[in-house]
Design a protein around this ligand. Sequence first.
Ligand SMILES: *Cc1c(COP(=O)(O)O)cnc(C)c1O
Length: 216
Amino acid sequence: MSLSEIQSRIAKAESAAGRPSGATKLIAVSKRQADDVVETVLKESHRLFGENQVQEAAGKWPTFRETYPDAKVHLLGPLQTNKARQAIGLFDAIHSLDRPKLAKTLARLAQEEGSCPDLFIQVNTGEEEQKSGVLLADVDDFATECRALDLPVVGLMCIPPAHEEPSLHFALLAKLASRNGLAGLSMGMSGDYERAVALGATHVRVGSAIFGARDY
Ligand SMILES: *Cc1c(COP(=O)(O)O)cnc(C)c1O
């Protein structure tokens, strides 16, 4: 599917839900895609991208940004504390804030660096053992802790369990965000981004539907 087709589907879903046009930002997830495929989308004037790994992003985005200095890149995958400083320098937002140790490290480094990317708290809405993210019972306390650390938390993020109806998880995430006074909702991927838009997503993360299958 082309980038413009996905954008028009998002616009339709916004309108059907009575949301303002442009309320949802499309993050083009460029992880494990060939550079020329990513560049095609840059040439179409798209400027918001998502990556899963610090290392991979560090290998390609500094070069892309020489040509496209206004490109924004968000980290979607897990962040180790020993890569947090590098991540602060590389990303415009981090969607995987998921534990107190990382929050404390980011707060300290943000002080030292004088800046911090926008942060989304990742919530493990399906309470899956293998998945990262804050457990439901801990979300409110963790959001409060992050606020006390002066971290720029802008919203919540989730990756619903593979075999459950994602809309239930999107609605739950929206409720948790609202309860914590957070406006941002990072939810929805290639298979379910329209349902996420219907439930208030401010950021959808779409990879394979734009770029095609990845090399795994
Ligand atoms: C890879 C990835 C996506 C994009 O997945 P697609 O199914 O290719 O759209 C979205 N969010 C996260 C966290 C990812 O790791």
